[in-house]
Design a protein. Structure first.
Length: 98
């Protein structure tokens, strides 16, 4: 293990905001919908959506669950979220065109 900073997805913040708005939820509504009322604050969701901080693994998995997509759809920059959220069937996302 080196001491270099880990690579971070460039589009994660954009995708997290798209999930919340696609579900028609406020930041506090999203927290309740994901089941993190006692663990997350509106300020933390705001920081995730602005790219200031990245959510932990359990929170990232909860975003994927409520959007009905695989976590990879959130992580990989070359994959777009489905247009309709939550996805009708669990989706890998849509490969971006070059």
């Amino acid at each position: 293990m080196g001491s270099a900073a880990r690579r971070k997805p460039k589009r994660l913040a954009e995708k997290l905001m798209a999930i919340r708005t696609g579900l028609g939820l406020s930041q506090n509504g999203l927290i309740r919908h994901m089941g993190f009322a006692d663990d997350l604050t509106q300020a933390q969701i705001s920081m995730f959506e602005r790219g200031i901080r990245q959510p932990g693994l359990l929170v990232l998995a909860a975003y994927a669950r409520v959007a009905n997509v695989y976590v990879e759809a959130l992580i990989y920059d070359e994959v777009d979220l489905p247009r309709r959220l939550p996805a009708i069937s669990k989706g890998e996302g849509v490969k971006r065109r070059a």
